[in-house]
Design a protein around this ligand. Structure first.
Ligand code: SAM
Length: 227
C-alpha cells in the first residue's frame, strides 16, 4: 500500500547496503525493524535472517506486520474463508454510518462501506473460534483491501469531494500476502523506546517519522477498522 515514508522503492538499495555491512552469516542474525510501518523492510529480510522482530506503535501497522512478518505458515482454508466473507450480505454498520458518502464523510462509497461493515462485524464474531494467525491474516486482508478503494489522496487526513475512479470500484476482500518461512518471526505493538529495552538483536533498522506528527492522524480510519 502507499504509505508515508515507505521504503518499498528503496528495497534493493537497503538489502545491498545492510547485507554488505554484516560480518558472518546473515542466516544467523536477528533483524529488528522497530518503526516498521508497512513492514516492507522486515519482509525484505524475512527469508534471509534467523528472525525478524517487527514493531510499530500504530495498531493498523501492527496488524499488517502481524500478518506479513509473524505469519509464516499457510492459513488453512484461506480461499474458502475469503470467499465466504465476500459473499456476506451488506450491513449498515459503523463505517457506513460515519465514513460513507451518505454520512457526508465520503471516505468510502455507500456500497463499499456496507461491505466493509459486513466483513468487519463477521470477523469480530469469528475471532473466538479461529486462531490468531488466521484472525490477523483476515484483518490485514481487510485493511489492505479497504485502502485500495478508499476515496482519499492516499492518506486519511481528508476525503475527496467526489468519488475517484478506484473508490467507485466494488470492494473485494483480497488475500494479504506473506512469505512462508521456518524462522520464528515476531511482531510487536509497542513504543520503540520501551521495546528496545526488552529485545536483543544483531541488526537494528530504525526508520522513525520525519516530524512530530503522529501517523495515527494520517491513518486514523485504518485504526478505526482494525481496532
Ligand atoms: C517512516 S514510517 C516507517 C516506514 C516503513 N519503513 C515502511 O517501509 O513502511 C515510521 C513509522 O514509525 C511508527 N512510529 C512512530 N513513533 C513510533 C514509536 N514511538 N514507536 C514505534 N513506532 C512508531 C509510525 O506509526 C510509522 O509507521
Amino acid at each position: 500500500m502507499k504509505y508515508l515514508g515507505s521504503k518499498h522503492k528503496l528495497s534493493p538499495f537497503l538489502l545491498f547496503a545492510i547485507s554488505s555491512t554484516q560480518k558472518g552469516e546473515l542466516k544467523e542474525k536477528v533483524f529488528c525493524d522497530l518503526f516498521a510501518g508497512t513492514g516492507s523492510v522486515g519482509n525484505l529480510f524475512k527469508d534471509k535472517v534467523k528472525q525478524v522482530i517487527s514493531n510499530d506503535k500504530e495498531f493498523y501497522a501492527y496488524v499488517l506486520n502481524r500478518n506479513l512478518i509473524q505469519n509464516s505458515k499457510e492459513i488453512p482454508n484461506a480461499d474458502e474463508i475469503i470467499a465466504t466473507l465476500n459473499a456476506l450480505k451488506d450491513k449498515e454498520g459503523f463505517i457506513y454510518k460515519h465514513y460513507s458518502v451518505s454520512a457526508n464523510r465520503g471516505y468510502f462509497s455507500d456500497e463499499n462501506a456496507k461491505k466493509i461493515d459486513a466483513i468487519r462485524e463477521e470477523l469480530a464474531t469469528m475471532k473466538s473460534s479461529i486462531d490468531e494467525d488466521t484472525y490477523f491474516f483476515l484483518l490485514a486482508s481487510l485493511i489492505e483491501s479497504c485502502d485500495k478503494i478508499a476515496n482519499t489522496a492516499s492518506m486519511y487526513g481528508a476525503f475527496l469531494k467526489n468519488l475517484k475512479a478506484s473508490a467507485k470500484e466494488r470492494f473485494v476482500l483480497q488475500k494479504a500476502s506473506f512469505k512462508k518461512s521456518e524462522g520464528l518471526h515476531v511482531a510487536f505493538n509497542e513504543d520503540a523506546n520501551e521495546l528496545i529495552k526488552k529485545i536483543k538483536g544483531d541488526i537494528l533498522y530504525l526508520d522513525p517519522p520525519y516530524n512530530k506528527r503522529e501517523y495515527g492522524l494520517y491513518y486514523h480510519l485504518l485504526n478505526t477498522i482494525a481496532l
